[in-house]
Design a protein around this ligand. Structure first.
Ligand code: PHE
Ligand code: ZN
Length: 858
């Protein structure tokens, strides 16, 4: 039985370098499902300035230590102590000269359900070591600033044996790999299984030929081609845009079915959740294809931003993640439509990061304390971390950014670096002082920017007054002003731009900026391109918003005007007032504008989700009522369909993509617009179109859209049965099947539907994807998860408690479904709090879930 673990807070301020230098790591694995032996030979040198310190190694309490020698000799057993998750060797037993520490441990991969360390997925051995998984494989200084070249020998009769680096030896039952690039343990990986590869090659800019493989289970080969194409595009892009070349002879990608996250950038051996590798038109949606391309790129880009330059400690996680997300966003903008990418990134940021920042789990981009690092792989570290880099790039300009990045790679290659190092290269390359800018890293919370306009007709002068303030977040009461790049343009009464985009730099709590020489009062296009992750408040009426939606030349600001119009209607309707006239009229104009990009029109036709409406209401001091929000959104969608039936039906018919399916962005855009029209028409055609489409669609994008429409009309049963029959053996499709039902269900039935699905034999709950599908599907049904009777909360809490015993990373991450609980009415708050308390009091609760729940209750 697991011991009750005491809360243990790690502080950034406590950082100390490791007192030994690790020169080399040699590992020998004897793989067997229940008793794997791992022999580790560490070549160590005591640091001169750290003489006389004990050596502390990390190692899970489940490691069975079978042997330990120093330079081949067994030390006095009193010199070696095991305590909790560490092994300490007394200084007195350690040579003052370089020495070799050898350990042998035995572990049981078959008992490992946490998908961390060495585990088994579908009969294959695989590893996951970020952040602190390596300590469940062997005793080691498991921290990112301890780096070494690795030499790995695998003994196993599995046909395919992989590790990091280059292959140097292969014979029956044995493979040896050497990775010359010093790396921390979190980038270690090993795979052993019955796998097949699709293979290709890439010639780097200096003319080296790299062998590329995407490894999948036999039978999945025909669904791995898109991943390979994406890899080749990524390698080329990183050379062209960042001048970064790949540095080993091989690059391997492996798809595994049981994986806690999306994918992992292990050096030369990326391991992926199979849903981010496998795709065919019959099984994957356009969204899946786009995500695969983006995540393949993300993991590949980590080779430089993460691996060659890694993090000094886990507080610096955003150093690699924020930068790598920023880079994969740039890549996707280059591969697809840049405006559409920006808009969808902002949507995601608001849905996940703003939500996090406004609640009890708010934390800075660079946190200064944590209990469990796995709880900090968050939207704040990743997505806000990327936004901060985007702001930096605007402030120093494209050229300055390029110079700073070159300096970063030059100066820090091989280092375990910090955010201070990162900012320093920008200061050195551009001469700009970033002292105030650094607050974006240290201060949590989303700033509010209020914009006030003063028009002086006599002088033709517009004065903009901007005020910034950031609400308190847990542990941070006062928020001094930040540097905010605020992009604005001006549009004349005839719709022509009269002042091109100008980036105003806010540095104070309140500042004014003037625009002169204007003939007539212009309309301000504010926060163009979403130049900073802030909440903008301005005095503006619906007519002006409609004007911006019609005329703004900045695609983000134009979309935002439509969004604001929709939200102003929806928040009014949700409070029992009238609204929506202007929006319904304006949207007709835009949907019928054949000059506009179909993807953009689709984005404008999709109403904000219920969660977003709730967030908007909360921000204006109103307690959101989930049922009223649901009704308001349904009402507005129906009115859109009624007002524009012919137009929408015309789009639905004309946006058909002819010929064989292709996931390219133009085809995907047409399908997106078609589906947006379908979703609205579905409110008035009883589901007839969806039923036809489900029967004939040759691709998963349209099939899933049709299925979701049918469920919303209460006529999904036949389609669900057909899909389950057809795809019973395809986990990824069945994951979608599990997710869509609670998601599209009428709110009052959502929890009961989820509970019924959870009783099916194919609800393989220990599979992270399956679990996330069902619980995530329910959580995505806003009014269903927040059902007034507490059924959504109870169902979720029951399953989180069950999952916590098997896989604490998953229970902790999924617990964020509760993070908005304080904003609802007293009845819902009481029900949510009861569920949270039940989890908090659970015997043997993991450190992961305990930290999350206690932060939410605090
Ligand atoms: N470092 C991975 C990524 O962002 C994410 C990850 C974290 C995967 C922890 C597994 C475990 O690319
Ligand atoms: Zn990453």
């Amino acid at each position: 039985m697991s011991q009750p673990q005491q809360p243990m807070t790690h502080l950034l301020a406590d950082y100390r370098p490791y007192p030994f230098t690790l020169k080399a790591t040699a590992l020998e694995f004897h793989l067997a499902s229940q008793s794997t032996r791992v022999i580790a030979r560490l070549s160590l040198v005591p640091k001169a300035d750290a003489g006389g310190q004990d050596m502390v190694l990390d190692g899970g309490s489940e490691l069975e230590l079978r042997a330990l020698t120093i330079n081949g000799q067994e030390p006095d057993p009193r010199m070696v102590m095991r305590e909790g998750e560490t092994l300490t060797i007394r200084a007195a037993a350690l040579p003052a000269e370089p020495f070799v520490l050898e350990t042998e441990v035995q572990i049981d991969p078959s008992a490992n359900t946490a998908c961390e360390g060495l585990y088994i997925s579908g009969g294959m051995f695989c590893t996951q070591c970020e952040a602190e998984g390596f300590r469940h494989i062997t005793f080691y200084p498991d921290r990112p600033d301890v780096m070494a070249p690795f030499d790995v020998t695998i003994h196993s009769d599995k046909p395919v044996l992989l590790s990091n680096g280059n292959p140097v030896q292969r014979e029956a039952g044995l493979a040896r790999w050497q990775d010359p690039w010093p790396k921390p343990a979190y980038l270690f990986a090993l795979v052993a299984g019955d796998l097949v590869a699709i293979s290709d090659s890439f010639t780097t800019m200096s003319g080296r030929k790299v062998a590329l493989n995407v490894w999948v289970r036999p039978g999945d080969e025909d669904r791995a081609g898109f991943a390979m194409e994406s890899l080749i595009k990524s390698m080329k892009w990183d050379e062209e845009v960042y001048g970064r070349e790949y540095d080993l002879d091989v690059f391997n990608i492996v798809a595994v079915d049981d994986f806690n996250m999306g994918a992992m950038e292990n050096k030369g051996l990326n391991i992926f959740n199979s849903k981010l590798v496998l795709a065919s038109p019959e099984t994957a949606t356009d969204g899946d294809y786009e995500r695969i391309e983006g995540v393949i790129a993300h993991e590949y880009f980590h080779n430089w931003t993460g691996n060659r330059i890694t993090c000094r400690d886990w507080f610096q996680l955003c150093l690699k993640e924020g930068l790598t997300v920023f880079r994969d966003q740039q890549f996707t903008s280059d591969m697809r439509s840049a405006p559409v990418k920006r808009i969808t990134d902002v949507q995601a940021l608001r849905a996940r990061q703003f939500r996090e920042d406004q609640g009890p789990l708010a934390h800075p981009v660079r946190p200064d304390h944590y209990e469990e690092i796995n709880n900090f792989y968050t939207a704040t570290i990743y997505e806000k971390g990327a936004e901060v880099i985007g702001m930096l790039r605007q402030l120093v300009g494209e050229e300055g950014y390029r110079k700073a990045l070159d300096l970063y790679f030059d100066r820090h290659d091989g280092d375990a670096a910090t955010i201070e190092d990162w900012l320093q290269v920008f200061e050195d390359a551009t001469g700009r002082d970033l002292t105030q800018f650094k607050r974006w890293y240290t201060d949590a919370g989303t700033p509010h920017v209020e914009m006030h306009e003063d028009w002086n007709a006599d002088d033709g002068r517009l004065t903009l007054t901007l005020r910034q303030s950031t609400p308190p977040t847990p542990g941070q009461q006062d928020k001094p002003p930040r540097v905010i790049p605020f992009a604005v343009g001006l549009i004349g009464p005839n719709g022509q731009e009269v002042a091109a985009t100008r980036v105003l730099e806010l540095t104070e709590a309140e500042q004014s900026f003037t625009f002169d020489g204007l003939g007539a009062r212009p309309v301000v296009s504010a926060l163009r391109g979403f130049s900073a992750p802030v909440i903008l408040k301005r005095e503006i009426d619906d007519a002006t918003r409609a004007f911006l939606l019609a005329h703004d030349s900045d695609p983000f600001a134009r979309w935002e005007a439509g969004r604001d119009l929709a939200l102003s209607a929806l928040t009014a309707l949700a409070q029992g007032r009238d609204g929506g006239e202007d929006y319904v009229a304006a949207i007709g104009q835009l949907a019928g504008d054949d000059q506009a990009d179909p993807a953009f029109r689709a984005l404008c036709l999709n109403l904000p989700g219920e969660e977003e409406i709730a967030t908007r209401l909360t921000a204006s001091g109103v307690t959101p009522d989930p049922d009223a929000i649901h009704a308001a959104r349904e009402d507005l969608a129906r009115r859109m369909a009624e007002a524009h039936t012919d137009l929408l039906a015309g789009l639905y018919d004309s946006m058909v993509v002819k010929g064989p399916y292709s996931p390219d962005s133009d085809s995907a855009a047409r399908r997106a617009l078609r589906i947006a029209a379908l979703g609205l028409l579905n409110r008035i055609d009883g589901g007839d179109r969806a039923e036809v489409l489900f029967g004939i669609a040759g691709n998963m994008t349209e099939r899933m859209a049709a299925l979701s429409c049918l469920i919303r009309r209460g006529r999904g049963q036949a389609a669900l049965t057909a899909m389950a029959d057809q795809f019973a053996d395809n986990r990824l499709v069945m994951d979608k099947w599990f997710a869509v039902q609670p998601m599209a269900a009428p709110p009052a039935e959502a929890a009961a539907i989820a509970a019924r699905l959870a009783r099916r034999p194919d609800f393989d709950w220990k599979n992270p994807n399956r679990f996330r599908s069902l619980l995530g599907g329910l959580a995505a049904n806003h009014a269903g998860f927040h059902a007034a009777d507490g059924s959504g909360y109870d169902f979720t809490a029951d399953w989180l408690m069950k999952m916590d015993k098997a896989n604490p990373q998953i229970s902790a991450r999924m617990s964020t479904a509760f993070e908005t609980w304080p904003r609802y009415d007293a009845g819902r708050r009481a029900a949510a709090l009861a569920a949270l308390n039940r989890m908090a009091e659970m015997e043997g609760i993991s450190r992961n879930l305990r930290e999350m729940v206690s932060r939410m209750i605090a």
